[in-house]
Design a protein around this ligand. Structure first.
Ligand SMILES: [Zn+2]
Length: 413
């Protein structure tokens, strides 16, 4: 009896271990590594995938099999394959499904529909009505836009795997709950529920800068870089962190609130209600306030007015108006210095600067670079590269779509 017991125990343990070994390689982390690599570099042979991801041949094989059985990855014949070279390459199955990404900014919403390879099939913009925005009314307008976009692509709501929404403000990653967003005068937390109700599609909400960081990693300037920072400058100032090969958002998605680092005690009033935040000196909102004073005009009341005023001031500054050029240069210099302070702590390989403020071109970039290099530790100078990404809103919307893809690619929990 005792012997039988042990035999049963050992054989059960061996069986369990075998099952564990079979199941272990296709972990969510390995699946994401493989999908990220294939999205970033396109079709490749299995051994190249192993080299690029650092995964063993057995893990690559196991993970790819799992992804293939779900239709997320496909194999095709390698072009120009010669003797001794693999005849087959694998890549993302772009036609496995479709997702919708939405970027909400202070003056409009940008919508994009993409396939599973992140290729945009269509996009559109919906302007917010003037004045304070109610989240429910906004969900109705945007939901309508989503359904039109899907229809224009020859698809129906049932073909869409999910909607990702990038929203400025404080958003808890896990719950997708928006704690506060400057976009909505009221009801920010109910936006996702309403949008899902109107479209009959699942909605995931995330902080917009985290999504841009994901988009840079998958489709942009962060491909193949394991330590980078993203600075987004437009109506607000945001930061995204990609550290040790992973998005770092803190335990609840609220990390890296660079815009709300206090740089002046009792300084200018910030949108968050506190005084002296960096954002209150360098963002479009800050520039609009300063330009309005200079031009002796009323301070803009909403996102649309800020957008229009900063567009005008930038145009005039680019044409040569000295006082306006100085405003932009001061913002650039300050932002460059504060960015260096963070870089001195995190030592990233790359800093990607993006957002609508890039329209000021060298008026912003040159002082930023001067301020940055003036404050960066000399030993980091060699390794730290600044990249200006004059991105369109569509890339941000693709990041929102990537949020949904990421959950799909990671697999069932
Ligand atoms: Zn603030």
């Amino acid at each position: 009896m005792v012997l039988h017991h042990w035999v049963d125990f050992i054989s059960a343990s061996v069986k369990n271990a075998r099952m564990l070994n079979q199941n272990l390689p296709a972990t969510p982390a390995n699946r994401l590594k493989v999908m990220e690599c294939l999205l970033g570099h396109g079709f490749m042979a299995r051994n190249e995938l192993g080299q690029k991801t650092g995964l063993s041949a057995a893990t690559v094989s196991e993970t790819v099999s799992a992804l293939m059985s779900e239709g997320l990855v496909v194999a095709q014949k390698a072009t120009g394959s010669t003797r001794g070279r693999p005849a087959q390459v694998i890549g993302v199955n772009a036609m496995a499904g479709h997702v919708v990404g939405i970027k909400l900014s202070m003056h409009e919403a940008t919508l994009a529909i993409t396939n599973f390879a992140g290729e945009a099939l269509g996009s559109t913009k919906i302007a917010h009505p003037p004045g304070g925005l109610d989240a429910t009314q906004s969900a109705v307008r945007i939901g309508d836009g989503v359904l039109q976009l899907i229809g224009a692509a020859g698809l129906s709501a049932g073909d869409i795997a999910g909607i990702g929404v990038g929203m400025p403000g404080f958003v808890e990653s896990a719950s997708g709950r928006c704690l506060w967003s400057p976009v909505f005068a009221q009801g920010a937390e109910s936006f996702a529920t309403w949008l899902s109700h109107i479209t009959s599609i699942a909605v995931a909400v995330e902080n917009d800068v985290n999504l841009v960081t994901l988009a840079e990693r998958w489709f942009g300037e962060g491909r193949g870089v394991d330590h980078f920072m993203v600075i987004t400058l437009e109506h607000g100032l945001g930061m995204g962190l990609f550290l040790n090969g992973e998005l770092y958002a803190g335990p609840n998605g609220l990390a890296a609130e660079f815009g709300h680092v206090i740089v002046e005690r009792e300084g200018a009033l910030c949108r968050c209600g506190r005084k002296g935040c960096l954002e209150a000196y360098v963002s479009d909102g800050a520039l609009a306030r300063q330009a309005a004073q200079l031009m002796e005009r009323p301070i803009p009341a909403d996102g649309l007015e800020v957008h229009e005023l900063v567009d005008e001031m930038t145009r005039r500054a680019l044409q040569g108006e000295p006082a306006l050029r100085i405003l932009i240069a001061q913002a650039g210099l300050r932002l460059g210095r504060e960015t260096a302070n963070i870089a001195n702590i995190l030592a990233p390989q790359r800093i990607i600067v993006t957002g609508e403020a890039m329209r000021a071109e060298d008026l912003l970039m040159r002082p930023f670079t001067d301020g940055f290099h003036g404050s960066l530790l000399p030993m980091l100078r060699e390794q730290t590269q600044i990249v200006w990404h004059k991105t369109s809103d569509e890339v941000w919307a693709k990041g929102a779509a990537a949020r949904v893809l990421r959950a799909k690619f990671a697999g069932p929990r």
